[in-house]
Each structure stands twice: as structure tokens, then as C-alpha cells.
Design a binder for this molecule. Structure first.
Ligand SMILES: C[S@@+](CC[C@H](N)C(=O)[O-])C[C@H]1O[C@@H](n2cnc3c(N)ncnc32)[C@H](O)[C@@H]1O
Length: 256
């Protein structure tokens, strides 16, 4: 399983900055402040806590208990009353209030006016039907008129994944290196993340994970949104400019 050991260095190496910035841009772009937000694949809570700090009732979902443990710790430290649910995007616990168990938090249909899934989390869906399946669940959870934002690494990005053992972070006793490659026939990219963490005695401890991401095409995304009953509003770069055709990463905005 991924995002287990990696969770222990995720925040320390600055991985939350991307989604935190994007969450601010999303809030600024919406005509009305949403009331209820769902942050899918929330990880340690990068966007979740931006929404909570802005006063939204916020739910975060992730399948990694290790990432969620860091999110719980951040929520406690900041005093945020967010709900965090351990679940797979492909099997979200969607239940009406009447059916819900008091012991197991669930997601109520048509109850969110903002849903996000940030930092290429949907690239982790690799089987043909999975993007449409997850977007259909998202559509079911959105209120009519509700907004969805997600970003994807595109094939233009993955085609640059040729580097080997390149150090991408080296600070404060943590060194991280990547080994990346892309198989265009299978449209699958593999990112091997290796790291060393230095303890107080000066000893270096190694860790590693290999993450597989799928290159969903723009046509795949449009078809999945349409099948889910969602309308595409815009494709932007993370800097919030219109995304060019060869963008390495696209932020999709859709509404129900
Ligand atoms: C790159 S991290 C992004 C986390 C967070 N959104 C952020 O920006 O910091 C990807 C996250 O997706 C989660 N994830 C990947 N596949 C998932 C799935 N099928 N269901 C739920 N979570 C998933 C991982 O556990 C991880 O926390």
C-alpha cells in the first residue's frame, strides 16, 4: 500500500503547499462562499484545513490511515472540527441520514456544494472504468449547482518522467530522490520515491514507495464528466490561467 511510510515525511517536505494554494484559489473563484465542502483524497488535510479555516463545514476522505492520522493531529492542534473518513474513492460510504450508523461517519447524497480532489489524486485511479465511477459518486454527493474541482497530471507531464535518482528535496535531515518513468502503451507512469531521514544520533533511515499514475486524456475526462451528469466549466493551470492544449497539469472545474 502507498502513503504509509511516506506519510511520515509528506508534510515535512512541503507536499501540502500545492493543494493549500489551490484551495485558496478555488474559494476565491466561486461566486458564493460554499457551506459544506468534501475534500476527497484529502491526505494530511492540505485543502481540508483551508476550507475549515474559511468557515466551511468540511469532510475529508482518504484511504490511507497514516495520512489521516496526520490530518487528525493537525485538526486537534488547530482546533478544527472537521470530519475525517477512511475510505476508498471507489467505494465511498454514501448513505442517507436515516440509514447512517452513529458510529460510522458517512456521506449523505446531495449534501455538498463544493467537492475537491487535489494534487493529482485522481491519476491514482488506473482501471478503465474508475474515473467515471468516482465522478458518478461525486455527482451523487453534490447539491444541484454544486462545484467540483480536481487536477490531473497530463500525458505531457508524464512524457517528461525520464529522470533517474534525481534528488528533489534535501533539507533538515531529510533527503528525497525520485526515479520516474512512463509507459505510453499502457498510459501508466511509475514514480519511485526514495528517501533517507536522519535521526538525533545522526543515523540515516531509508524508506521508499512506488506510486503508479494513469494518464487520463482530456477526452476521458469529458466523457466521465458527461456520464456522471456533470458540466465542464473550465480547464485551468494551477496558476489559474486557461490551460493550453499541452499543459502538464490541468485543474478541471465542473458543476452539477
Ligand atoms: C498526492 S496525495 C494528495 C493528498 C492531498 N490532497 C494533498 O494535496 O496534500 C494523494 C492522496 O490520494 C490518496 N488516494 C490515492 N488513491 C486513493 C483512493 N483510491 N481512495 C482514497 N484515497 C486515495 C492517497 O492516500 C493520498 O493521500
Amino acid at each position: 500500500m502507498i502513503y504509509q511510510n511516506y506519510a511520515s515525511i509528506y508534510d515535512a517536505i512541503g507536499q501540502t503547499a500545492f493543494a493549500a494554494t489551490l484551495a485558496e484559489r478555488i474559494l476565491a473563484a466561486l461566486p458564493h462562499r460554499p457551506r459544506r465542502a468534501l475534500d476527497l483524497a484529502c491526505g494530511t488535510g492540505a485543502a481540508t484545513f483551508v476550507f475549515a479555516a474559511a468557515g466551511l463545514t468540511t469532510v475529508g476522505v482518504d484511504r490511507s490511515p497514516q495520512m489521516l492520522a496526520f490530518a487528525h493531529a493537525r485538526a486537534r492542534a488547530a482546533g478544527f472540527a472537521v470530519t475525517l473518513i477512511e475510505a476508498d474513492l471507489r467505494a465511498l460510504p454514501i448513505t442517507t441520514i436515516a440509514e447512517a450508523s452513529p458510529h460510522q461517519p458517512t456521506l449523505e447524497p446531495a449534501s455538498f456544494d463544493l467537492i475537491t480532489c487535489l494534487y493529482d489524486s485522481l491519476n491514482y485511479l488506473t482501471a478503465d472504468n474508475e474515473l467515471a465511477q468516482v465522478l458518478t459518486s461525486v455527482s451523487y454527493l453534490l447539491k444541484p449547482g454544486g462545484h467540483l474541482f480536481f487536477d490531473l497530471n497530463t500525458e505531457h507531464e508524464f512524457k517528461t518522467w525520464t529522470e533517474s535518482d534525481q534528488v528533489v528535496y534535501d533539507d533538515q535531515g531529510i533527503l528525497v530522490y525520485n526515479r520516474l518513468n512512463y509507459d505510453p502503451d499502457r498510459r501508466l507512469a511509475a514514480g519511485h520515491i526514495g528517501w533517507f531521514v536522519r535521526d538525533d544520533t545522526g543515523r540515516w533511515w531509508p524508506g521508499s514507495e512506488t506510486h503508479t499514475e494513469r494518464a487520463w486524456s482530456d477526452n476521458d475526462v469529458e466523457a466521465a464528466l458527461t456520464a456522471a451528469g456533470l458540466t465542464l466549466v473550465a480547464r485551468r493551470t494551477p496558476r489559474w490561467e486557461p490551460a493550453p492544449a499541452d499543459a502538464p497539469r490541468i485543474v478541471y472545474h465542473a458543476y452539477k
